[in-house]
Design a protein around this ligand. Structure first.
Ligand SMILES: Nc1nc2c(ncn2[C@@H]2O[C@H](COP(=O)(O)OP(=O)(O)OP(=O)(O)O)[C@@H](O)[C@H]2O)c(=O)[nH]1
Ligand SMILES: [Mg+2]
Length: 382
């Protein structure tokens, strides 16, 4: 039985090791140098121009800092990140965006490492991101941008970034999308995005990528219990991993089983029949074939207009979900609403008013202009 405990990808910085690397080199801006005898160079913040130029040049340090800005929850950083993004926007959109999901232990990270290395060998620049809506709980894991994805992280053609801690689902979604755009502006032409945990990360990643693959294991009969049909409906390819050694025969059987199942499922992408493929991330078999499948997918969907239509819809959906979240926050963070809420809640619980009446009462006293005054002007120059 699969283990559904949510964890960070194994290449993400783990536990407390990422929180602080000791006194040396670290300057806490609130208390000054911890060790006064150490000459610590203060990390000055880069100007907007420096960030834009650095990202365009493909400077990985600047790219990391640009992403840190995007991930920051400070309104000032948010505004700066948005201005940077605005300037880089014309350089985005040129990468092939591939999402990889599957139960914990299916081999997503191992596939990404093998696949990423293969693509780098072929002359591609590969960015690897992870999306983990629960990462706000394990904040410590994102404080560093050093990752442990073995050989891939050593390569200059690759860039690896663990999931942002968003605080909210909408926060993680926005930060992940904007991180992807920054990577594209920096010249990465393949973006691989791993989902972490089982739940909402699949939907977020599907809404960001062109091609979405579901990594599964053999013993489909048992495993299928764990894979929601809904997730299969999102997939453009089902990849049966660990098709090696004694497992190869079982993997072939599983492939047949998945193929039969797929027949009853609506394809994720119009005009593209989802199929099941075999691979072994350890033996690196099936990966060139998988890349070929993705290439054919791109050619076909580009020719049919489906590729562009999906991206257009994704952009409009991103905007809509951000409007939803913005209005939600304006409403629930408004002092007048917060003041009145307890009374309305208890009236609903007492049965004095219906929930519908409760909503009507709160909406009546909600003044969007007043609520908005507290918000920062995103594109102001401060
Ligand atoms: N035999 C074999 N083992 C594999 C293969 N791919 C991955 N593994 C092993 O399976 C285990 C889990 O692999 P991961 O890549 O960490 O799996 P994951 O899907 O990223 O897991 P989470 O990030 O925890 O969700 C590791 O011990 C891998 O070495 C493969 O193709 N063949
Ligand atoms: Mg992983």
């Amino acid at each position: 039985m699969a283990n559904y405990t949510t964890t960070n990808p194994e290449w993400a910085v783990q536990g407390n090791s990422a929180v602080m690397s000791g006194i040396e080199g670290i300057k806490d801006t609130t208390v000054g140098n911890i060790n006064p005898y150490l000459k610590v160079k203060r990390r000055t913040s880069l100007t907007e121009d420096e960030i834009v130029e650095g990202v365009i040049k493909g400077d990985r340090t600047v790219l990391s800092r640009a992403i840190t800005l995007i991930e920051s929850n400070s309104p000032k950083h948010f505004a700066k990140a948005q201005r940077v993004l605005q300037r880089l926007l014309p350089r985005t959109g040129n990468a092939l965006r591939v999402g990889i999901t599957g139960v914990p232990g299916a081999g997503k990270s191992t596939i990404i490492e093998a696949f990423g290395n293969m693509l780098c060998d072929d002359g591609h620049k590969v960015a690897v991101l992870a999306v983990d809506p629960t990462s706000s709980i394990t904040r410590g894991s994102i404080l560093g941008d050093k990752t442990r994805m073995g050989t891939l992280s050593q390569r200059s053609e690759a860039f690896i970034r663990p999931s942002p801690a968003g605080g909210t689902l909408g926060g993680v979604a926005r930060k992940s999308r904007e991180t992807m755009l920054m990577c594209e502006a920096a010249g990465y032409d393949v973006i691989l995005i791993e989902t972490v945990g089982v739940g909402q990360s699949e939907t977020i990643v599907r809404s960001m990528v062109d091609f979405f693959m579901l990594v599964v294991l053999t013993g489909a009969g048992d495993d299928l219990q764990g894979i929601k049909k809904g997730i299969m409906e999102l997939a453009d390819a089902i990849v049966i991993n660990k098709a090696d050694g004694d497992n190869l025969v079982k993997a072939k059987v599983a492939r047949g089983e998945y193929e039969r199942m797929i027949e009853f499922i609506r394809p994720a992408t119009e005009g593209w029949p989802t199929h099941a493929y075999l691979c072994s991330a350890v033996e690196k078999t099936g990966l060139p074939e998988l890349w070929k499948v993705i290439q054919v997918f791109k050619e076909l969907t580009t020719a049919s207009g489906v590729f562009k239509r999906r991206r257009d819809n994704q952009l409009l959906d991103w905007m809509k979900s951000m409007i939803d979240e913005h209005l939600h926050n304006l409403f629930f963070d408004d002092a007048v609403i917060m003041g009145r809420m307890p009374e309305v809640k208890s009236a609903v619980l007492n049965g004095t008013i219906s929930p519908t009446q409760g909503v009507a009462e709160l909406v009546k006293i909600f003044d969007i202009k007043r609520a908005s005054e507290r918000q920062v002007d995103l594109f102001s120059n401060n």
